[in-house]
Design a protein around this ligand. Structure first.
Ligand code: KIV
Ligand code: ZN
Length: 391
């Protein structure tokens, strides 16, 4: 792996599946895991094995079928969780145990009713125990976003001493600003003894809509793994969206950071996840939303028809979308109407277009969107129809 390669850790099947009402069965999870493996993700977090027999089974079945990616299972810093995760992962070619504990004052004082030293001891013991089962152990410091950096560095140091290969720095509540999250990663890179033995991982939630920006700041400042989900699904406002971070890195090559993702598969897998979970993606969702490559205002349509790049920074084919859409509404201009008419077989002269455009606007004022059947109807009922078809 080059030092500029960003590992993509997909947690659609664990953090993503924590969305209320979107429970997946084992068969659906296996299908998604197969697609994630083909997509080129480096790690698939397949579940939280101790949480239920169903999740245990899903992690086990996914471990059997994944060919390339590391398969990961989540645990708390609890011996039984770790033992059960190791069992569920026993068939994985590349197993990883992801264990950890809350490190912010709020977690230490209220959730654990404990103290800072005791939490460091638990972190160390959990990683050490996980290492007795697998070589690859990732440690998470839950609520790292609200943990003061000096203490966080001490926890990370203990986890590395116990053998952690990856240190996950979650902004669990989606609180950090990008500059703050980037500075946290930089601080850990510069102040944790032994940091060269592990990689830092960004795990950002989207409560303030900053998950993608925070993850990107994290990797700019030295993290080498991003934890994310397809369509950004996850608890509350969700996780970092996989398709967004991958395309940010691809569209900004001067950052010199790349991933192993086959981006042409992004749209298909987004559809698969949203259909399987019954969670429909907002139309304006970046990269995979229904309107991400759709143009409806006359000025934009004219620009895109002349040159796609006028209003598009991504070639839709790069993310698996067949082509940009020119959507006809009452805001559309003549260029768009001529373009869509040509697509269904009508070559219109300027005069014919003027004639048809007037009836088009009357029609479009009554209907939200004009489809191909509507265009046929508008043209067929126009005065110039005979001229058009005999040309
Ligand atoms: O958001 C979070 O802190 C998590 C951890 C359990 C990794 O999902
Ligand atoms: Zn999370």
């Amino acid at each position: 792996m080059s030092n500029n390669n960003i590992q993509i850790f997909d947690t659609t099947l664990r953090d993503g599946e924590q969305v209320p009402g979107c429970k997946l069965n084992t068969e659906q999870k296996v299908i998604i895991a197969e697609q994630l493996d083909q997509l080129g993700v480096d790690v698939i977090e397949s579940g939280f094995p101790v949480s239920s027999p169903g999740d245990f089974k899903s992690v086990q079945e996914i471990s059997k079928i994944v060919k390339n990616a590391t398969v990961c299972g989540l645990t708390r810093a609890v011996e039984n969780d770790i033992k059960v995760a190791a069992e569920a992962l026993q068939f994985a070619k590349k197993p990883r145990i992801h264990t950890g504990i809350g490190t912010s004052d709020s977690h230490i004082l209220h959730k654990f009713k404990s103290n800072k030293e005791a939490i460091i001891e638990r972190a160390f013991a959990a990683v050490k125990y996980a290492k007795s089962f697998v070589e690859d152990v990732e440690f998470y410091a839950e609520d790292a976003g609200r943990t003061e950096n000096e203490y966080l560095a001490r926890v990370c140091e203990a986890a590395i001493k116990a053998g952690a290969t990856v240190l996950n720095i979650p902004d669990t509540t989606g609180y950090c600003l990008p500059s703050e999250y980037g500075a946290k990663i930089k601080y850990l890179k510069e102040n944790v003894k032994g940091i060269e033995k592990a990689i830092l991982s960004c795990h950002c939630h989207n409560d303030l809509g900053l998950a993608t920006a925070n993850s990107i700041e994290g990797v700019i400042n030295g993290a080498r793994q991003i934890e994310c989900t397809i369509n950004g699904i996850g608890e509350r406002a969700g996780n970092t969206a996989l398709e967004e971070v991958v395309m940010v890195l691809k569209q900004h090559p001067y950052l010199n950071l790349d991933t192993n993702i086959k981006t042409e598969m992004l749209y298909g897998i987004s559809q698969l996840v949203s259909d399987s979970m019954g969670i429909y993606t907002q139309p304006n969702k970046a990269i995979v939303g229904a309107n991400a490559f759709a143009h409806s205002s006359g000025i934009h349509q004219d620009g895109v028809i002349k040159n796609r790049e006028t209003y598009e920074i991504i070639d839709p084919k790069d993310v698996g979308v067949t082509e940009s859409a020119i959507v006809l509404t009452a805001r559309s201009g003549r260029a768009a109407l001529a373009y869509r008419s040509k697509n269904i077989g009508y070559e219109l002269t300027k005069l014919q277009l003027d004639e048809i455009y007037a009836s088009f606007l009357t029609f479009a004022d009554k209907k939200k969107e004009i489809n191909d059947a509507d265009i046929h109807q508008i043209i067929e009922s126009s005065k110039v129809y005979q001229q058009i078809i005999s040309a």
